[in-house]
Design a protein around this ligand. Structure first.
Ligand code: FES
Length: 103
């Protein structure tokens, strides 16, 4: 059964910024892409690099190790070498607090 968990105040994550968030054994990336918040797993599906060390692009995050870019709306890698999508999480903002939906 899924539940919504609070991550941080929306004011703490400005445009173009990322933060890491752990929930149990899940390592999650929260990103502000031009004012819209996205959440995905933050460990690259290719070779375990932490994507918070990468670069935010127009609609995704580029891995710092081998430069695959993952679309943060879908989790799908847009270029090799990564081929497996990231898990993405639903996001909502209520009363200036960012929440993500986890199982
Ligand atoms: S570890 Fe991310 S593309 Fe290789």
């Amino acid at each position: 059964m899924s539940k919504w968990i609070a991550v941080c105040k929306s004011s703490q994550l400005k445009k173009g910024e990322m933060l890491d968030f752990d929930h149990g054994d899940k390592k999650i990336l929260i990103a502000n892409l031009d004012g819209k918040i996205y959440a995905s797993d933050r460990i690259c599906t290719h070779a375990d690099a932490d994507l918070t060390g990468g670069i935010l692009t127009e609609d995704g995050v580029t891995c710092p190790l081998h430069l695959s870019t993952f679309n943060l709306k879908t989790g799908v890698p847009e270029n090799l070498p990564a081929e497996v999508p990231l898990q993405i999480y639903n996001v909502k903002i209520e009363q200036n607090e960012i929440y993500i939906e986890v199982n």
